[in-house]
Design a protein around this ligand. Structure first.
Ligand SMILES: Cc1cc2nc3c(=O)[nH]c(=O)nc-3n(C[C@H](O)[C@H](O)[C@H](O)COP(=O)(O)OP(=O)(O)OC[C@H]3O[C@@H](n4cnc5c(N)ncnc54)[C@H](O)[C@@H]3O)c2cc1C
Ligand code: SF4
Length: 419
């Protein structure tokens, strides 16, 4: 394993490390846990480990209550401590009386006038199957990265024969997904613990941000690590594959006892890394296939480069070293180069970005820095489409931040009469 580039937590002056120093991780800070009597596992390997950031309030805000740790996040948070766009963004918008929602509407294309200005959206009313239109001074697409590219490619006119905002030919191009691979292992020290409620708030609790120096590695950029395990309320299929544990499975009372002993004695690590955009990963309209509304669908082309394969190999080696350091056994052998070191297929991690990338040069990008189409000033895209790269962070907070920045720009430009 490569660990020469790593540094111990909290010993420099960077802001991130200051946060880390204030927020020690149960594994890395050496707090004694029932399952980690040795402690300091990730510290020993110089892997930074911090509490995970979640979109959950710890203090009341704008009529939303603070989290009361009921552990029901996946069912929808009744007090709105947990962020959802429906409850936290759309509901207050509706309350202003200035927002009209048109539901069961399948957008087909963005309409334009003779001057090339976007004038609205043509859509299918899915309840009746009829074609409808809505007019607009400004059109903002937020259909998710690939669907916005699809809408633009389907918005063909005599002025825009290759699709709207596509004079550069880059609509649908340079799409990315997060790289990903997982390793899980059995940690004997975590067996036979006293059962207690591990539910907590939904989502992950530990996070390992990128911690290494790329100049000492054979791939650019980096990845973060998500940690899983624990003893939440078991659901069907829990401890699947119990034959992999020391007693090898069984029947009756022995099997039930083993489930109790082994449940919670598993730890897993998921790597989530940056993919570098490339010419061979793109989507285009499928010339033969349409959806149920007769709208052409996308077809995809995908290629991982050596950057991604090397990065995922590094993930595999790191996770295996962490499990070994905890005195555990990994469930599966290291995937071979022929198996892509276990890299998840493109699209699997569901962080699709790009397809309408931003940039200063209209010849090589679809949108400007404000997510406004170079070819059409009254058209904006505010989903993951404008991203020029993947970064190793899960994308949604950045999508939200960019969309709010674009909203402020639209309001400002409207006030100035520039739109
Ligand atoms: C299972 C899962 C887990 C994820 N976990 C995380 C995570 O932990 N962290 C993270 O940062 N990201 C995560 N993501 C990614 C995250 O969900 C997306 O990045 C985010 O939702 C993108 O936001 P968006 O508004 O661009 O698109 P969306 O949330 O997909 O919203 C697009 C909307 O447009 C509508 N729409 C699409 N096409 C049309 C059309 N033709 N006409 C009319 N309406 C249309 C859709 O119905 C939808 O309501 C996850 C994704 C999945 C699927
Ligand atoms: S635990 Fe989840 S569902 Fe319960 S209050 Fe907190 S955010 Fe809401």
């Amino acid at each position: 394993m490569r660990r020469s580039g790593g540094r111990a937590v909290g010993r420099s002056v960077t802001q991130r490390e200051a946060i880390v120093a204030r927020s020690p991780c149960p594994i890395s800070a050496g707090r004694r846990q029932p399952w980690d009597s040795s402690g300091a596992t990730s510290d020993k390997l110089h892997v930074t480990c911090i509490p995970a950031r979640l979109s959950i309030l710890t203090r009341p805000l704008n009529g939303r209550a603070a989290c009361h740790y009921c552990g029901q996040c996946n069912r929808g948070c009744t007090v709105n401590a947990n962020f959802t766009s429906t409850n936290v963004l759309i509901a207050p918008g509706l309350a202003t009386g200035k927002l009209t929602l048109v539901t069961s509407a399948m957008a087909r294309e963005v309409t334009v006038d003779k001057t090339g200005r976007a004038t609205g959206v043509a859509y299918v009313d899915k309840t009746t199957g009829t074609d409808r239109r809505v007019r607009a001074k400004v059109v903002v697409l937020a259909a998710s990265a690939l669907e916005s590219a699809r809408l633009l490619l389907n918005s063909k006119s005599s002025r825009f024969p290759n699709g709207l905002a596509n004079s550069s030919g880059t609509v649908g191009r340079y799409i990315t997904d997060t790289t990903g691979t997982d390793v899980a292992g059995f940690i004997p020290k975590m067996m036979d613990h006293v059962p207690h409620n591990h539910d907590g708030v939904g989502g992950m609790h530990l996070y390992m941000p990128w911690w290494l120096d790329n100049t000492k590695l054979d791939f650019p950029r980096g990845y973060h690590i998500e940690v899983w395990g624990g003893t939440r309320m078991p659901s069907y299929g829990f401890v699947g594959g119990i034959h992999r544990y020391p007693s090898g499975g069984g029947y009756g009372k022995q099997l039930k006892d083993d489930y109790r002993r082994y449940y919670g004695a598993t730890i897993g690590f998921s790597g989530r890394g940056e993919m570098i955009p490339n010419d061979d990963s793109y989507c285009e309209l499928d010339p033969r296939t349409v959806d149920q509304w007769g709208i052409p669908v996308l077809r995809f082309h995908w290629k991982w480069s050596d950057h991604e394969y090397r990065q995922v190999k590094h993930m595999q080696e790191t996770f295996r070293a962490l499990i070994a350091e905890m005195g555990g056994e990994v469930f599966s052998p290291l995937p071979t180069a022929e198996q892509g070191y276990g890299i998840a297929a493109g699209g699997t991690i569901i962080h699709e970005l790009g397809g309408t990338r931003m940039g200063d040069d209209p010849k090589t990008s679809v949108l400007n820095r404000w997510c406004q189409a170079h070819d059409c000033r009254s058209l904006f895209v505010v989903d993951g489409g404008p991203f020029v790269s993947q970064a190793d962070k899960n994308p949604t907070w950045t999508i939200l931040a960019l969309s709010m920045r674009t909203s402020e720009y639209i309001a400002d430009q409207t006030r100035k009469g520039a739109l």
